[in-house]
Design a protein around this ligand. Structure first.
Ligand code: AMP
Ligand code: FE
Ligand code: FE
Ligand code: ZN
Length: 284
Protein backbone atom coordinates (compact mmCIF):
# COMPACT_ATOMS: atom_id res chain seq x y z
CA UNK A 1 0.00 0.00 0.00
CA UNK A 2 1.29 3.44 -0.90
CA UNK A 3 1.09 6.86 0.69
CA UNK A 4 -1.74 9.39 0.46
CA UNK A 5 -2.23 13.05 1.43
CA UNK A 6 -5.90 13.97 1.79
CA UNK A 7 -5.51 17.59 2.91
CA UNK A 8 -3.97 20.05 0.44
CA UNK A 9 -4.78 23.67 -0.50
CA UNK A 10 -4.22 25.42 -3.84
CA UNK A 11 -4.63 28.89 -5.35
CA UNK A 12 -8.36 28.09 -5.57
CA UNK A 13 -8.44 29.00 -1.86
CA UNK A 14 -5.57 30.19 0.36
CA UNK A 15 -2.74 28.05 -1.00
CA UNK A 16 0.08 29.40 -3.16
CA UNK A 17 0.55 26.49 -5.60
CA UNK A 18 -1.61 26.06 -8.68
CA UNK A 19 -3.57 22.77 -8.81
CA UNK A 20 -1.34 21.32 -11.56
CA UNK A 21 1.77 22.20 -9.56
CA UNK A 22 0.40 20.29 -6.55
CA UNK A 23 0.09 17.14 -8.67
CA UNK A 24 3.72 17.43 -9.82
CA UNK A 25 4.90 18.04 -6.24
CA UNK A 26 2.88 15.03 -5.06
CA UNK A 27 4.54 12.86 -7.69
CA UNK A 28 7.98 14.08 -6.61
CA UNK A 29 7.15 13.10 -3.01
CA UNK A 30 5.97 9.62 -4.11
CA UNK A 31 2.38 10.20 -3.05
CA UNK A 32 0.06 7.77 -4.87
CA UNK A 33 -3.25 9.31 -3.84
CA UNK A 34 -4.08 12.93 -3.04
CA UNK A 35 -7.14 15.07 -2.34
CA UNK A 36 -7.17 18.80 -3.00
CA UNK A 37 -9.28 20.21 -0.18
CA UNK A 38 -9.71 23.91 -0.80
CA UNK A 39 -11.88 25.96 1.54
CA UNK A 40 -15.50 25.83 0.27
CA UNK A 41 -14.46 25.24 -3.35
CA UNK A 42 -13.80 22.33 -5.71
CA UNK A 43 -12.38 24.49 -8.52
CA UNK A 44 -8.82 23.39 -7.68
CA UNK A 45 -9.84 19.74 -7.69
CA UNK A 46 -11.54 20.10 -11.10
CA UNK A 47 -8.53 21.92 -12.54
CA UNK A 48 -6.02 19.33 -11.26
CA UNK A 49 -7.73 16.31 -12.79
CA UNK A 50 -6.04 16.45 -16.18
CA UNK A 51 -2.60 16.81 -14.64
CA UNK A 52 -3.33 13.96 -12.20
CA UNK A 53 -4.17 11.68 -15.10
CA UNK A 54 -1.00 12.65 -16.95
CA UNK A 55 1.19 12.02 -13.90
CA UNK A 56 -0.62 8.84 -12.79
CA UNK A 57 -1.52 10.32 -9.42
CA UNK A 58 -4.87 9.24 -8.04
CA UNK A 59 -6.87 12.41 -7.26
CA UNK A 60 -10.04 11.86 -5.27
CA UNK A 61 -12.76 14.54 -4.93
CA UNK A 62 -12.10 16.66 -1.84
CA UNK A 63 -13.14 19.88 -0.12
CA UNK A 64 -12.79 21.59 3.29
CA UNK A 65 -16.13 23.12 4.22
CA UNK A 66 -16.56 25.75 6.95
CA UNK A 67 -19.44 25.05 9.32
CA UNK A 68 -20.91 27.42 11.88
CA UNK A 69 -21.59 25.93 15.30
CA UNK A 70 -22.20 27.68 18.63
CA UNK A 71 -20.38 30.85 17.54
CA UNK A 72 -17.40 28.83 16.32
CA UNK A 73 -16.19 27.81 12.89
CA UNK A 74 -15.59 24.10 12.39
CA UNK A 75 -13.74 22.73 9.35
CA UNK A 76 -15.29 19.62 7.83
CA UNK A 77 -13.48 17.68 5.12
CA UNK A 78 -15.52 16.00 2.38
CA UNK A 79 -14.31 13.14 0.13
CA UNK A 80 -15.53 11.13 -2.85
CA UNK A 81 -18.70 13.19 -3.33
CA UNK A 82 -20.23 13.58 -6.80
CA UNK A 83 -18.60 16.83 -8.04
CA UNK A 84 -21.38 17.31 -10.60
CA UNK A 85 -24.32 17.14 -8.20
CA UNK A 86 -26.07 20.44 -8.72
CA UNK A 87 -27.33 20.85 -5.14
CA UNK A 88 -23.80 20.37 -3.84
CA UNK A 89 -22.37 22.89 -6.32
CA UNK A 90 -25.06 25.42 -5.33
CA UNK A 91 -24.38 24.75 -1.66
CA UNK A 92 -20.66 25.53 -2.09
CA UNK A 93 -21.59 28.71 -3.97
CA UNK A 94 -23.71 29.80 -0.99
CA UNK A 95 -20.81 29.06 1.33
CA UNK A 96 -18.52 31.29 -0.73
CA UNK A 97 -21.13 34.07 -0.57
CA UNK A 98 -21.07 33.69 3.22
CA UNK A 99 -17.26 33.88 3.05
CA UNK A 100 -17.43 37.17 1.10
CA UNK A 101 -20.02 38.61 3.47
CA UNK A 102 -17.87 37.63 6.46
CA UNK A 103 -14.84 39.23 4.80
CA UNK A 104 -16.74 42.54 4.32
CA UNK A 105 -17.46 42.50 8.06
CA UNK A 106 -13.83 41.68 8.91
CA UNK A 107 -12.66 44.62 6.79
CA UNK A 108 -15.28 46.96 8.35
CA UNK A 109 -14.04 45.96 11.76
CA UNK A 110 -10.36 46.47 10.88
CA UNK A 111 -11.19 49.89 9.42
CA UNK A 112 -13.37 51.18 12.25
CA UNK A 113 -11.69 49.55 15.27
CA UNK A 114 -8.04 49.26 14.23
CA UNK A 115 -7.65 52.03 11.65
CA UNK A 116 -6.39 49.52 9.07
CA UNK A 117 -7.77 50.32 5.65
CA UNK A 118 -8.06 47.32 3.34
CA UNK A 119 -10.74 47.10 0.65
CA UNK A 120 -12.58 44.02 -0.58
CA UNK A 121 -11.14 44.61 -4.04
CA UNK A 122 -7.61 44.44 -2.63
CA UNK A 123 -8.46 41.13 -0.97
CA UNK A 124 -9.97 39.72 -4.18
CA UNK A 125 -6.87 40.84 -6.10
CA UNK A 126 -4.63 39.16 -3.52
CA UNK A 127 -6.73 35.95 -3.73
CA UNK A 128 -6.83 36.20 -7.54
CA UNK A 129 -10.44 35.06 -7.13
CA UNK A 130 -13.51 35.76 -5.05
CA UNK A 131 -12.71 32.83 -2.72
CA UNK A 132 -11.23 35.07 -0.06
CA UNK A 133 -9.90 34.19 3.38
CA UNK A 134 -8.00 35.71 6.28
CA UNK A 135 -4.57 34.63 4.96
CA UNK A 136 -5.14 36.96 1.99
CA UNK A 137 -5.78 39.84 4.41
CA UNK A 138 -2.63 38.87 6.33
CA UNK A 139 -0.58 39.02 3.11
CA UNK A 140 -1.89 42.53 2.36
CA UNK A 141 -1.02 43.57 5.93
CA UNK A 142 2.56 42.40 5.30
CA UNK A 143 2.71 44.40 2.05
CA UNK A 144 1.43 47.47 3.90
CA UNK A 145 3.98 46.87 6.67
CA UNK A 146 1.25 46.59 9.31
CA UNK A 147 2.72 43.23 10.39
CA UNK A 148 5.88 41.28 9.62
CA UNK A 149 4.34 37.83 9.17
CA UNK A 150 1.08 35.94 8.67
CA UNK A 151 1.44 34.54 12.20
CA UNK A 152 1.66 38.08 13.62
CA UNK A 153 -1.43 39.14 11.64
CA UNK A 154 -3.42 36.27 13.19
CA UNK A 155 -2.14 36.91 16.71
CA UNK A 156 -2.74 40.67 16.63
CA UNK A 157 -5.78 41.10 14.39
CA UNK A 158 -7.35 38.10 12.67
CA UNK A 159 -7.75 35.43 15.35
CA UNK A 160 -10.76 34.06 17.21
CA UNK A 161 -11.63 37.28 19.13
CA UNK A 162 -12.35 38.95 15.78
CA UNK A 163 -14.40 36.04 14.41
CA UNK A 164 -16.50 35.99 17.58
CA UNK A 165 -17.57 39.59 16.90
CA UNK A 166 -18.86 38.80 13.42
CA UNK A 167 -22.23 37.57 12.24
CA UNK A 168 -21.39 34.43 10.34
CA UNK A 169 -23.72 32.98 7.73
CA UNK A 170 -21.95 29.70 7.00
CA UNK A 171 -24.17 26.60 7.11
CA UNK A 172 -24.51 24.76 10.41
CA UNK A 173 -22.53 21.61 11.20
CA UNK A 174 -25.51 19.34 10.64
CA UNK A 175 -26.26 20.81 7.21
CA UNK A 176 -22.63 20.56 6.07
CA UNK A 177 -22.47 16.86 7.03
CA UNK A 178 -25.82 16.25 5.32
CA UNK A 179 -24.83 17.99 2.08
CA UNK A 180 -21.63 15.92 1.77
CA UNK A 181 -23.57 12.74 2.46
CA UNK A 182 -26.35 13.63 -0.01
CA UNK A 183 -23.67 14.04 -2.69
CA UNK A 184 -22.53 10.47 -1.92
CA UNK A 185 -19.43 11.62 -0.03
CA UNK A 186 -17.87 11.02 3.37
CA UNK A 187 -17.28 13.75 5.97
CA UNK A 188 -14.38 14.01 8.41
CA UNK A 189 -13.67 16.38 11.29
CA UNK A 190 -10.58 18.39 10.26
CA UNK A 191 -7.57 18.85 12.58
CA UNK A 192 -9.43 18.42 15.89
CA UNK A 193 -6.23 18.22 17.97
CA UNK A 194 -5.22 21.85 18.39
CA UNK A 195 -8.77 23.20 18.45
CA UNK A 196 -11.25 21.22 20.54
CA UNK A 197 -11.60 19.44 23.85
CA UNK A 198 -12.43 15.71 23.73
CA UNK A 199 -15.97 16.53 24.90
CA UNK A 200 -16.38 18.92 21.97
CA UNK A 201 -15.05 16.32 19.53
CA UNK A 202 -17.56 13.75 20.84
CA UNK A 203 -20.34 16.35 20.58
CA UNK A 204 -19.49 17.14 16.94
CA UNK A 205 -19.18 13.45 16.03
CA UNK A 206 -22.71 12.90 17.35
CA UNK A 207 -24.00 15.04 14.47
CA UNK A 208 -23.11 12.19 12.12
CA UNK A 209 -19.57 12.86 10.93
CA UNK A 210 -18.21 9.82 9.07
CA UNK A 211 -14.58 10.18 10.10
CA UNK A 212 -11.84 11.95 12.02
CA UNK A 213 -8.70 13.53 10.62
CA UNK A 214 -6.16 11.69 12.78
CA UNK A 215 -2.92 12.41 10.91
CA UNK A 216 -2.23 16.15 10.75
CA UNK A 217 0.95 18.20 11.36
CA UNK A 218 -0.84 20.05 14.18
CA UNK A 219 -1.25 16.76 16.09
CA UNK A 220 1.27 15.33 18.50
CA UNK A 221 1.94 11.59 18.23
CA UNK A 222 -0.17 11.11 21.38
CA UNK A 223 -3.08 13.02 19.82
CA UNK A 224 -2.81 10.98 16.65
CA UNK A 225 -3.04 7.75 18.68
CA UNK A 226 -5.95 9.13 20.72
CA UNK A 227 -7.97 10.03 17.61
CA UNK A 228 -7.22 6.71 15.89
CA UNK A 229 -8.53 4.89 18.99
CA UNK A 230 -11.62 7.10 19.06
CA UNK A 231 -12.30 6.51 15.34
CA UNK A 232 -11.91 2.75 15.82
CA UNK A 233 -14.14 2.72 18.92
CA UNK A 234 -16.88 4.55 17.01
CA UNK A 235 -16.32 2.64 13.78
CA UNK A 236 -15.44 5.84 11.92
CA UNK A 237 -13.11 6.51 8.99
CA UNK A 238 -9.51 7.53 9.66
CA UNK A 239 -8.35 10.37 7.41
CA UNK A 240 -5.23 12.50 7.29
CA UNK A 241 -2.95 14.81 5.39
CA UNK A 242 -0.42 17.63 5.54
CA UNK A 243 -2.74 20.68 5.21
CA UNK A 244 -0.08 22.03 2.83
CA UNK A 245 -0.70 25.67 1.78
CA UNK A 246 2.39 26.18 -0.40
CA UNK A 247 6.10 26.75 -0.11
CA UNK A 248 7.05 28.83 2.90
CA UNK A 249 3.46 28.67 4.16
CA UNK A 250 1.57 26.62 6.70
CA UNK A 251 2.83 23.09 7.23
CA UNK A 252 5.25 23.37 4.31
CA UNK A 253 7.85 21.02 5.90
CA UNK A 254 5.25 18.28 6.34
CA UNK A 255 4.23 17.82 2.71
CA UNK A 256 5.20 14.24 1.80
CA UNK A 257 6.01 13.61 5.48
CA UNK A 258 2.64 13.59 7.24
CA UNK A 259 0.82 11.06 5.11
CA UNK A 260 -2.00 8.53 5.30
CA UNK A 261 -1.67 4.86 4.41
CA UNK A 262 -3.72 3.98 1.34
CA UNK A 263 -5.43 1.26 3.38
CA UNK A 264 -7.43 4.07 5.00
CA UNK A 265 -8.25 5.52 1.58
CA UNK A 266 -9.64 2.10 0.69
CA UNK A 267 -11.88 2.42 3.77
CA UNK A 268 -13.19 5.77 2.53
CA UNK A 269 -13.76 4.26 -0.95
CA UNK A 270 -15.70 1.31 0.49
CA UNK A 271 -17.89 3.53 2.62
CA UNK A 272 -18.75 6.02 -0.15
CA UNK A 273 -19.36 3.21 -2.68
CA UNK A 274 -21.92 1.71 -0.31
CA UNK A 275 -23.50 5.10 0.32
CA UNK A 276 -23.85 5.83 -3.40
CA UNK A 277 -25.30 2.36 -4.04
CA UNK A 278 -27.83 2.80 -1.26
CA UNK A 279 -28.85 6.21 -2.64
CA UNK A 280 -29.23 4.70 -6.11
CA UNK A 281 -31.34 1.80 -4.78
CA UNK A 282 -33.55 4.29 -2.97
CA UNK A 283 -33.85 6.42 -6.09
CA UNK A 284 -32.23 9.54 -4.58
P1 AMP B 1 -10.51 31.69 6.90
O1 AMP B 1 -10.72 30.79 5.74
O2 AMP B 1 -10.72 33.12 6.62
O3 AMP B 1 -11.26 31.23 8.14
O4 AMP B 1 -8.97 31.53 7.29
C1 AMP B 1 -8.56 30.30 7.83
C2 AMP B 1 -7.20 29.92 7.28
O5 AMP B 1 -6.24 30.78 7.83
C3 AMP B 1 -6.78 28.53 7.70
O6 AMP B 1 -7.21 27.57 6.77
C4 AMP B 1 -5.30 28.65 7.68
O7 AMP B 1 -4.84 28.50 6.35
C5 AMP B 1 -5.03 30.08 8.08
N1 AMP B 1 -4.73 30.26 9.52
C6 AMP B 1 -5.57 30.10 10.56
N2 AMP B 1 -4.98 30.40 11.73
C7 AMP B 1 -3.71 30.77 11.42
C8 AMP B 1 -2.57 31.20 12.18
N3 AMP B 1 -2.64 31.32 13.51
N4 AMP B 1 -1.44 31.48 11.51
C9 AMP B 1 -1.38 31.36 10.18
N5 AMP B 1 -2.41 30.98 9.40
C10 AMP B 1 -3.56 30.69 10.00
FE1 FE C 1 -6.32 27.50 4.92
FE1 FE D 1 -8.69 23.81 8.25
ZN1 ZN E 1 -6.95 23.02 5.49
Amino acid sequence: MGKADLHIHTTASDGTCAPGEIVELARSKSLNTIAITDHDSIDGYLEARKSAEEHSVRLIPGVEITAHYAGKEIHVLGYNFDPYKNEFIQFLKKQRMARLNRMEQILDHLRSKQGIDITIDEVKAQAKSTNVGRPHVAQIMIKKKVVASIAEAFIRYLGLPLIEKIKISYAGLEEVIEKISEAGGASSLAHPGPLYTMDEVEEYLDYGLDGIECMHPGHSFEEQKKFISLAQARDLLITGGSDFHGNGREYDPYFGIVTLSEKYVAGIDRMTRQRKKLQMDMGI
